[in-house]
Design a protein around this ligand. Structure first.
Ligand code: SF4
Length: 539
């Protein structure tokens, strides 16, 4: 008897074909993502063990399930269910459906930016959330369960609670507070519509009991650097004890995953006391994990994020990890890293802590020196930088352009992706910032966008074939061909934007390659006229 069903939409509840970076493809307007690419490549259907329970799940949902079981619920009372199996899982016994959200209204920084630069439209992430909610609401009307929605994207649903008939909009960590909310709902007690979860001590975070997507294991929570535009920094910083980490790594490997991915805001903060780094703890973390993974034939331990300042403080650890994992040009890592701005004035005002122990004036040098260190260790960063700090001046953008130029001149290997600042709920900057429109930005901001794209394009050309590493060889071949075409189209598109952003509205906003026929026409058009702007196609 499943009383509590945990789920998410298909843009969240998938393994991205084993390549987590594919998740960013779902931030695109869906008119620019052919259906077969979305459903066969970017977001394949998550398998179940029995037609209902998921074989694996996004880490956040696994953690929520673990919290409920640790609080006394029985395994048969709780089920993690992928969206396509919801109709089978939910019935008259279901008392609560909890939906985990990342980007339900398409307002996350990557999504908002991609919409702005491509001419708008509903993102795949929004589309999939709407698809899920149609089913959830139909079932809710039939079975009258309570609907709880939570996760990193819950802030986007403020103001939409009535439309989606959300009983509780849950924000924050699940371990301590979510089981209390669930028990109250089951007892018919009053629960406020907005609930914020309290942070647990790391030892009180239960181990997952459903394998997590792509072998992801959380090693830290929160971040002590206090950047004003960031939400994870609002969570108290904690490192998860090594023993717990190793148990979850082993659990996922036993389940058959061939990868280990550390989830963290900065892998080099593992074991730190505030911002006082702990090289021994980081080395031990990698020593033990690599040793364990190698027993299963897994030779790379990846991680999501790192910071330039930490890397320069513990240079030897960067090299140590690289040597331990046997990284090389054909076996690199691609960490995500915030570069944010090249302007010391902006650093001082919005993210001084990110440069620590260096000063805001040192920040451009920190980026350049860390980039050399990373590249020497075969870490090829995905840098992101921000366009649209509330009082950014043309001079601030010029300083960022100068920093990007320095990186190019140094032979930087990696990407530099501009993101528009968004007033993300729960951040320190939430009240000051606005959702930006490109046409309100100064010329220098557009030049700054273009500069980063050009650098990214040139690196992409050198690495694209190594990047497309999906399991199915046929899909890999198709993807490689598509990726080449996409790079050519991107070059045309960057050239167009560099001459004036009107082209986004007049031409790019009309492009629609959702269906096969329109995709084929667009590819032919790009290949036949590589120097001309992308022609609109009708779907
Ligand atoms: S360093 Fe990264 S995770 Fe930490 S506060 Fe800044 S943006 Fe957030």
């Amino acid at each position: 008897m499943v009383k509590i069903v945990l789920t998410a939409d298909r843009a969240v509840f998938t393994d991205y074909h084993g390549a987590d970076l594919f998740g960013f493809g779902l931030c695109m307007p869906y008119r620019l993502v052919p259906k077969f690419v979305e459903y066969m490549v970017l977001a394949p259907r998550a398998p179940t063990v029995d037609g209902v329970r998921a074989r694996f799940a996004p880490l956040g949902i696994c953690k929520t399930e673990a919290a409920l079981l640790a609080a006394g619920f029985k395994r048969e009372e709780v089920a993690i269910v992928p969206p396509h199996a919801l109709r089978k899982a939910v019935d008259k016994d279901t008392a609560i459906v909890a939906v985990h959200v990342l980007d339900p209204k398409g307002l996350a920084p990557v999504t908002w930016t991609l919409k702005a630069i491509s001419g708008g439209g509903t993102s795949c992430t929004e589309l999939e959330f709407e698809n899920l909610m149609k089913v959830v609401l139909e079932l809710k009307h039939r079975y009258r369960f309570k609907l709880v929605v939570g996760g990193p994207g819950s802030w986007q649903l403020r103001g939409w609670e009535d439309k989606y008939e959300i009983d509780v909009l849950y924000d924050g960590e699940s371990e301590l507070t979510f089981p209390i909310v669930v028990k109250k709902l089951l007892n018919g007690e009053e629960v406020p519509r907005y609930v914020r979860g309290e942070p647990p001590p790391p030892e009180a975070i239960p181990l997952i009991v459903t394998p997590s997507r792509n072998g992801q294991v959380q090693i830290t929570r929160g971040c002590p650097r206090r950047c004003r535009f960031c939400s994870p920094t609002m969570w108290r910083f904690r490192s998860i004890p090594l023993e717990q980490i190793l148990k979850e790594v082993k659990f996922n490997l036993d389940a058959g995953f061939k990868s280990v991915g550390f989830v963290t805001e900065d892998v080099l903060l593992y074991g730190a006391n505030g911002l006082k780094l702990n090289p021994d703890a980081i080395k031990k973390l990698f020593d033990e994990t690599v040793k364990l993974a190698s027993k299963y034939g897994v030779d790379t331990v990846g991680f999501s994020h790192v910071s330039c300042a930490s890397a320069l403080v513990v240079k030897d650890v960067v090299k140590y990890i690289s040597d331990l994992e046997g990284l090389s040009d054909s076996k690199p890592l691609f960490p995500q890293i915030g570069l944010e701005s090249g302007s010391p004035r902006i650093v001082a005002k919005y993210f001084r802590g990110k440069a620590y122990p260096w000063s805001p004036e040192d920040w451009p040098n920190v980026i350049v020196e860390a980039s050399k260190l990373f590249n020497d260790a075969y870490w090829y960063p995905c840098y992101t930088y921000i366009i649209g700090f509330p009082d950014a001046t043309p001079d601030d953008y010029i300083k960022t352009i100068e920093l990007l130029d320095r990186l190019r001149d140094e032979g930087f290997k990696g990407w530099t992706f501009p993101l528009l600042l968004i007033p993300m709920g729960g951040t320190l900057i939430e009240k000051e910032a606005q959702f930006l429109q490109l046409k309100k930005l100064p010329r220098e901001a557009i030049d700054c966008l273009v500069e980063g794209w050009r650098l990214s394009l040139s690196f992409s050309r050198t690495i694209i074939h190594r990047l497309v590493r999906v399991r199915n060889p046929l899909i890999a071949k198709i993807l490689n061909r598509l990726a080449e075409k996409a790079l050519r189209a991107m070059e045309v598109w960057i050239d167009g934007v560099s001459k004036g952003i009107d082209i986004i509205e007049t031409q790019f906003s009309q492009v629609n390659i959702r269906n096969l026929s329109s995709l084929a026409k667009t590819i032919v058009s790009v290949v036949a006229h590589p120097k001309k702007p992308v022609r609109a196609t009708n779907a």
